[in-house]
Design a protein around this ligand. Structure first.
Ligand code: 0RA
Length: 685
């Protein structure tokens, strides 16, 4: 798409000047503009003019959340959002995102092209207005088009321009090729001008920008996998749109294409790829409902829901509004839950799966083993909550509830065989829930879940201030012994684990709670377990997994992470879990000891010490080979140790990793164990 257009640009050398005014927007206010341009012809007049770009540079966090790596990537989302809007309006079929050498980004779309004629109010061309005026965009105003993608604050192109060292825009529109360049946070160096002609049908917009290193002080390097994963997600959420991603920084040029005719139906299959499905069908519901905006004008909300059952126990409901992952849920999720509770219970009673007098099935029962994607498109979304990822529009609740209610009910009625499989699974979940509650009460009755009966194996710390307390979960009794002797007794507690813990991914709730090692961890950590897990009650703010640097060690680490992920998820999402990094090698030289944490470091040490070949260096096989002092010095001393904090960047990716590793299918697990070293380096799951 990109190559074709470039050729045409080069053929036509003599540039014509487009009819645009000679003003610099960033120095003008709206009133002046209007006076000057009062008699101009306006045909792109629905672009609203607000404020200048200086504010964005002064407080970038207000517009893109953060100036760390996440903010850097946010710039890409903003530009892609515009192209997706054009696609949702029905004019664009393809978007290409390229990471260029030097970490600039190019986004090409084949939409109508941003308007190049003069905009009423700003007196500037449409392109200049979109790129220099905050909140501008032809499709923002009511009565105009349908702005649907929602970035963090939906502010778009002008914010990207404001935070870029330079930004170039080329528009192909109605046979003309137009070009403009901005520098230093949105200052126009050359006004929009016509630089050539092209096929009148080859419309589109091409943007290239270089993020400003003065703003993005942490890093200006793009991560291909972050862009690739997000673009794949956007492609799933907007069926039929083709998104091409390219990394042109390396000679071999990574290139991937995503286009899904089935949209979120295919997304659910992708998420469930390695799970064992109850049946192949994906239940799919969709609908559109009219709403009235605050201004009194009519608009529409579109909602679609795709879901599938597997044979597991976890519930995975992912919701989106305008392609934004609403991690904190909101009205669309509430509407979904209303509907499934209502419809499933009615069906179960009518068909005697539930007897008179038996309690209703709960939403947790119904969603056990369910993967569900909910996606709504709303012209005026209200994002609330701590991370602004909770959908607040109350009208959405009824809309989703009605769509899911009607269509899920029809699904159950039309296919009694599948309905039976589903309801029997849910009834089993309900019975397991009752049994698990009993088992938990049993533990509680015996004092197992009470804080005053800490496990005997736990060597607790003396401090009672969770913020400074650390719990080391240590593989093996001998390493546990060294850790107990080497630790700082005031703030560091040690819980040794005997062998491997239970794989909670494959075990039933009843067995899980009866497992001694798991019981010990629950009691020691003190925050309870899902669904009542509460981080405000945890006894340590650092939970450190300390295992050997071998395959068994990484297996135990994964078993522990799976347990936390399934039963204490906030521990991971809120960043309380760490992986200790014991050294791999010890080098003895003239009575002194040097430690290396990886092969590169070992090389450096060898070179520095000019080690003669065969000079003693030791590869640690396990933590148990270190004495208490060594373990403290290399792995536990806060002033010297290295730890990896486990984070959860992408819940869906994490879900797939845990299924792959812990589920029934053997191949993905083998693959993982093979590539294990890489995973440890990359523990951002
Ligand atoms: C306003 C109006 C029209 C198109 C666009 C904006 C537009 C914006 C972007 C941003 C990235 N790609 C884009 N493509 C189109 C419609 C103009 C017309 O009707 O000719």
């Amino acid at each position: 798409m990109e190559e074709e257009k470039k050729e045409v640009v080069e053929e036509t050398k003599a540039p014509e000047t487009a009819p645009i005014p000679e003003v610099n927007v960033s120095e003008m206010n709206e009133e002046e503009v209007q006076l000057e341009k009062a008699d101009a012809k306006y045909d792109a007049g629905n672009i609203q003019v607000l404020e200048g770009l200086e504010a964005v540079r002064k407080r970038p966090g207000m517009y893109i959340g953060t100036t760390s790596s996440a903010g850097l990537h946010h710039l890409v989302w903003e530009i892609v959002d515009n192209a997706i809007d054009e696609a949702l309006a029905g004019y664009c079929t393809e978007v290409k995102v390229t990471i260029n050498p030097g970490d600039t980004i190019t986004v090409v779309d084949n939409g109508r092209g941003i308007p190049v004629d003069v905009v009423k109010k700003s007196g500037l061309s449409g392109v200049e207005t979109v790129y220099t005026v905050l909140h501008a965009g032809g499709k923002f105003g009511e009565g105009g088009g349908y702005k649907v993608s929602g970035g963090l604050h939906g502010v778009g192109a002008s914010v990207v321009n404001a935070l870029s060292e330079w930004c170039e825009v080329t528009v192909h529109k109605d046979g003309g090729v137009y070009y403009i360049k901005f520098v230093n946070g949105g200052k126009i160096v050359e006004h929009l001008k016509k630089i050539g002609t092209c096929d009148p049908k080859a419309n589109g917009t091409t943007v290239t920008f270089k993020p400003d290193a003065q703003i993005f002080t942490d890093t200006t390097v793009y991560d291909y996998t972050i862009i690739r994963d997000r673009m794949r997600q956007v492609a799933y959420l907007n069926r039929g749109i083709k998104i091409i991603v390219e990394d042109a920084r390396t000679p071999e040029k990574v290139h991937e294409e995503f286009c899904y005719k089935g949209g979120i139906k295919e997304y659910v299959l992708f998420i469930n790829n390695h799970k064992t499905r109850l049946f192949d069908e994906v239940i799919y519901c969709e609908g559109t409902a009219p709403i009235t905006l605050a201004s009194g004008s009519e608009a529409h909300v579109y909602a679609e829901i795709a879901m599938q059952y597997d044979d597991g126990y976890s519930s995975n409901v992912y919701s989106f509004c305008n392609n934004v992952h609403t991690h904190e849920g909101g009205m669309h999720e509430t509407g979904f839950r209303d509907a499934i509770r209502r419809v499933v219970n009615a069906y179960a009673r009518q068909n005697k799966f539930l007897k008179d007098g038996e309690d209703d099935l709960t939403v947790d029962d119904i969603t056990e083993g369910l993967t569900c994607v909910i996606s709504v498109k709303h012209p005026n979304p209200q994002f609330e909550g701590q991370t602004k990822t909770k959908l607040g529009n109350s009208e959405v609740r009824k809309i989703v509830s009605q769509i899911v209610g009607d269509q899920l009910n029809r699904f159950l009625l039309e296919d009694p065989r599948l309905a039976r499989i589903i309801i029997e699974k849910i009834v089993t979940a309900a019975n397991a829930r009752l049994a698990a509650r009993k088992a938990r009460e049993e533990i509680r009755r015996k004092g197992g879940l009470e804080l005053n009966t800490l496990p005997g194996k736990l060597a607790d710390c003396s401090s009672k201030n969770p913020e400074e307390c650390e719990l080391y979960i240590v593989e093996g009794n001998s390493a546990g012994g060294s850790a107990k002797n080497g630790r700082n007794r005031e703030t560091q507690a040690i819980l040794p684990l005997r062998g491997k813990i239970l794989n909670v991914e494959k075990a039933q709730a009843k067995r899980i709670f009866a497992n001694a090692e798991i019981g010990n961890m629950i009691t020691a950590i003190g925050g309870g377990i899902d669904p009542e897990f509460d981080t405000s009650k945890i006894r340590y703010h650092k939970i450190v997994i300390m295992t050997d640097a071998d395959v068994d060690g990484s297996h135990i680490r994964i078993l522990l992470l799976t347990f936390f992920y399934r039963f204490m998820r906030p521990l991971i999402t809120e960043g309380y879990v760490y992986i200790a990094q014991p050294p791999l090698y010890k080098v003895e030289y003239h009575g002194k000891q040097y430690y290396a944490y990886n092969d590169d470091q070992l090389e450096t040490i060898k070179q520095k010490l000019k080690l003669k070949p065969g000079y003693p260096f030791q590869r640690y096989k396990g933590l148990g080979e270190m004495d208490a002092e060594q373990l403290w010095e290399t792995t536990m001393d806060p002033s010297n140790r290295k730890m990896i904090r486990v984070t959860l960047n992408d819940a869906i990716a994490a879900e797939q990793i845990f299924t792959d590793l812990m589920g029934d299918n053997v191949d993905p697990r083998k693959e993982f164990i093979h590539a294990n070293a890489k995973f440890v380096k990359n523990l951002d799951i």
